[in-house]
Design a protein around this ligand. Structure first.
Ligand code: DAT
Ligand code: MG
Length: 140
């Protein structure tokens, strides 16, 4: 398995509850390295652009408002098979369906306020990383 990079976001419900460190510990325990990280507050426009793929879904407006409601921590995670590994550590989208020990099982409040985002494929990972970071900001 190749070394990959993936885009992760610690969402407003988690930053608000001061869970950044606990969530980062889960990534590091799984062998994912945080090779870039910053705390930002998204505008509605930026949130809308980031989640454009979901614009026809009924929850799109609510999702964008939530993502712009409080600061988020955006980060690049690096490691062997990082994209799939991160999805494993995150757990299922709906915390009620997430496995024990996953971030969403332990910390998510609901399917909408589910604490973390992670890219789902190599193409989306590359696009999402460049949405937030320049090459100079990523130090492997
Ligand atoms: P994931 O974040 O696991 O990749 P996704 O890409 O299907 O999930 O959806 C993006 C986000 O949209 C998800 O993290 C939370 C929100 N969402 C998804 N399904 C939802 C639903 N049924 N109701 C409310 N929000 C939802
Ligand atoms: Mg997704």
């Amino acid at each position: 398995m190749a070394i990959e990079r993936t885009l992760s976001i610690i969402k407003p419900d988690a930053t608000k509850r001061n869970l950044t460190g606990k969530i980062n510990a889960k990534f590091e325990e799984a062998g994912l390295r945080i090779v870039a990280q910053k705390r930002i507050q998204l505008t509605m426009e930026q949130a809308g652009k980031f989640y454009e793929v979901h614009k026809e879904r009924p929850f799109y407006g609510e999702l964008c408002e939530f993502m712009a409601s409080e600061p988020v921590v955006v980060q690049v995670l690096e490691g062997e098979g990082a994209i799939a590994k991160n999805r494993e550590v995150m757990g299922a989208t709906n915390p009620a369906e997430a496995d024990e020990g996953t971030i969403r099982k332990e910390y998510a409040l609901s399917v909408g306020e589910n604490s973390v985002h992670g890219s789902d494929a190599p193409e989306t990972a590359a696009e999402e990383i460049s949405f937030f970071f320049s090459g100079l900001e990523i130090v492997g």
